[in-house]
Design a protein around this ligand. Sequence first.
Ligand code: C5P
Length: 231
Amino acid sequence: MAELIAALDVQTREEAVAQVKRIGDGVGFYKIGLELFTAEGPDVVKAVKDLGKKVFLDLKFHDIPRTVERAVRSGGKLGVDLMTIHSVGGKAMIRAAAGAAAEFGEAGPKILAVTVLTSLDRSDLEDVGITGRTPADQVAAMAKFATENGAHGLVCSPLEVGSLFRALKAGTLFITPGVRPAGSAVGDQKRVATPADAVRDGATHLVVGRPILAAPDPAAAARAILAEMSA
Ligand code: C5P
């Protein structure tokens, strides 16, 4: 059964805690990203863990292997459940991240690789020296590379999860943002899918922000998404 992760795209620890309490028992997993973590640091991770929730710490590490290894270890000590790295950080960096995560055993953090940021198109890739490959080809190549070197899963668009699911080994985690319940506002997302489609195509975790946080009744919005996921 796929899990729903609500994106805590807020600026303060107080707002984060208030949102988790408002959403209630229906959602057990929260994403803390660069904005909130840079503002509030590990305290906000501890606050969400203290509410009995799982945490996806989305800081997209990309540094030398030793630094990433030590940062993943810090995340493991905080009890983080999922963490992100950039697959372009290279083989040694991915292996170092996976090795640090493994020190915490089964309950330790799982490492997710970002393949190609969805904000980049073909000409952006050419600007950084990736030529002769479409973004889709680059996503497929980096997904294979990252998982072969120890990443437990990938962050990917719901539109690419189907082909990655078929290409990669069983047990790979697929975390998909860009999910919109049927009939809800798309906002600035350009390539979206419904919760049912994402799960059908192989997503193991759906990341949903505004459709839950900006809803008049976030708990009801989350319940509706969970119902769509299990339909
Ligand atoms: O509000 P919304 O549901 O669009 O939020 C999606 C969350 O997933 C945000 O935190 C956003 O930064 C993140 N995300 C995304 N697309 C990606 C990677 C991350 O929307 N390609």
